[in-house]
Write a protein that binds this ligand. Structure first.
Ligand SMILES: [Zn+2]
Length: 275
């Protein structure tokens, strides 16, 4: 499942392909991809829409339309966009097709069908799942003060708090585990019991991990022109602790442990992450 840094790269790949393009016609072939609209209204609302930009909020991709309307897309497990010329045939699982004014088609494919699109009237009527998101982790709004206050107000474990996108945005299981390791803090510790110096370290670690992941994006295989390509899972990524149970810690050589915590696998070094 793509995490925030991967979605950021999808947005960057989409931008030059769709910005300034007009959707001549839209074709929703699988109703469940856009459960808030009928197929007819989805197609009608997007017909002749001019795409002025592509943004991102958390893992939501936002297509900004000239009318002020927004089309949101969440890739979930296997959703992906491809951009096809007229002579390329449709790839499998092509559930939504946008016919663009440069004769290309932007196609949303999704093998597992969990991806979702939603048409929104304007920026003021964003759905709750978007407005309740915590500040963007690499933006100026995600300040150290905000983070320290968020920790102070929670008795949940650090691991659980870091995964709550309404408190701290952008960390899925992998990046949460890596950030906790980098900061040298115990994932099971209650958030409000973390010392200030360690909380500051964790704040820095979160930003560093996400920045690293975005910078490493060149290893991702996002090729919008290849209908059969997989976006993710092809790149070899070196994780510090994630999925390294039983292997020696990169810092101290102690064996990495795995515990199931809050239903998710957590990996940590029992020596480097004592407190
Ligand atoms: Zn260690």
């Amino acid at each position: 499942m793509p995490e925030l840094p991967e979605v950021e790269h999808v947005v960057r790949a989409l931008r030059p392909v769709v910005t300034g393009r007009r959707i001549l016609a839209a074709e929703l072939n699988l109703k469940r991809i856009a459960p808030h609209s009928s197929r007819g209204s989805f197609n009608r609302q997007l017909r002749n829409a001019l795409i002025t930009g592509v943004g991102r909020r958390g893992k939501y991709i936002l297509f900004e339309l000239e009318s002020g309307q927004i089309l949101t897309t969440h890739l979930r497990m296997t959703g992906k966009f491809v951009s096809l010329t007229t002579d390329q045939s449709l790839p499998p699982y092509a559930h939504v097709i946008f016919y663009l004014d440069d004769e290309r088609r932007l196609v949303f494919c999704d093998m597992r069908q969990f991806g979702r699109m939603r048409f929104i009237r304007n920026a003021e009527s964003l759905p709750k799942e978007l407005t309740t998101l915590a500040p963007e982790p690499l933006s100026d709004e995600f300040t150290e003060e905000y983070f320290l206050e968020t920790l102070r107000r929670s008795r949940r474990s650090l691991k659980q708090l870091l995964l709550d996108q309404t408190r701290v945005l952008g960390l899925g299981n992998i990046y949460a585990v890596e950030a906790l390791f980098l900061a040298g803090v115990n994932p099971m510790k209650a958030a409000n019991r973390l010392s200030k110096p360690r909380a500051r370290k964790l704040y820095q670690a979160i930003r560093q991990i996400l920045r690293e992941a975005i910078d490493a994006g060149s290893t991702l295989q996002i090729d919008l022109a290849d209908g059969n390509a997989r976006y993710f899972g092809t790149s070899e990524r070196f994780w510090r602790v994630y999925e390294r149970e039983g292997e020696p810690c990169v810092n101290c050589g102690t064996r990495i442990r795995r515990v199931v915590h809050g239903g998710r696998s957590t990996y940590y070094c029992p020596r480097c992450q004592k407190s």
